[in-house]
Design a protein around this ligand. Sequence first.
Ligand code: FAD
Ligand code: FES
Length: 268
Amino acid sequence: MRHSLTASILSHRDLGDAQFEMTVLAPAIARDARPGQFLQALYVGAGSPLMRRPFSVFRTDPEAGTLAIVYVARGAFTIGMSALRVGASISLVGPLGNSFEPDPRPDVRHMLVAGGVGAPPLYFLAREMVAAGHAPESICVINGARSRDLLVAGADFAAVGVTLRETTDDGSAGRRGTVADELSDQIAASGGCAVYACGPTPMLRAVASLCVEAGVSCRVSLETVMPCGLGVCMGCIIKLRNDAEPEGYTLVRSCHEGPIFDAAEVIW
Ligand SMILES: Cc1cc2nc3c(=O)[nH]c(=O)nc-3n(C[C@H](O)[C@H](O)[C@H](O)COP(=O)(O)OP(=O)(O)OC[C@H]3O[C@@H](n4cnc5c(N)ncnc54)[C@H](O)[C@@H]3O)c2cc1C
Ligand code: FES
């Protein structure tokens, strides 16, 4: 169920390298949010943004009524947001969109593949899966970025106890290369795999193509630009393969029918 509320900021941590973790009091959203769902946020403050921006839910504590997001301050909206102090208010609409559901097949190896700020929803997924009884060793997180300082949530993944593989384009942390390079090796070494991925479009395209070729089930969360996030403006349309249509595809709203789709259906 979707809620629209004004949340009070309880903590706002500077994680370094322009990354921030903001925890807010938002009991209704904290109770209902599932891994992969997002919020549309708006605040009054520096720059006074006019349009909301989407942020994935990073973690929730339903008992305390709190939730957190992790974000990178990289443009006017997020730099302004990073200046908000504890006690300030932020307007949130959510939880929005669909969620990642763990593949129910027994003995499957769950591969969570994150690029940059694609990490927060996959951390939420890893945490929820372990809490629901999945063995941590059945979950492998591949977390990648251009360089060490751009890796997101590394320590959080490690704290959940899952297997963590890091990749950086420049080799400053983990394997030099991309998450797709590491995923390719992991798929070759594993029996059955299920892949869940979130990150920039070129990364998702590479992961999707690898999984389709290997016949591995793969769900991708798209970082489409979302002007409204509420299914109204049609600014987030993507194409899904559909052979029953004369054009061979169906148009869907990433914010409403997604943001998570079967990688084999997405037309990139
Ligand atoms: C479903 C979803 C979940 C997201 N979760 C996170 C998250 O957990 N943490 C995080 O740091 N970022 C997340 N993002 C991206 C985040 O919304 C953008 O980084 C943010 O909007 C950047 O805004 P800005 O004004 O600071 O930067 P800008 O300089 O305005 O934009 C920087 C980049 O952000 C993207 N962007 C801009 N406007 C939008 C928009 N309306 N919708 C989507 N992307 C936009 C574009 O790729 C742009 O190049 C998510 C995006 C989506 C679609
Ligand atoms: S962002 Fe407006 S319809 Fe999806």
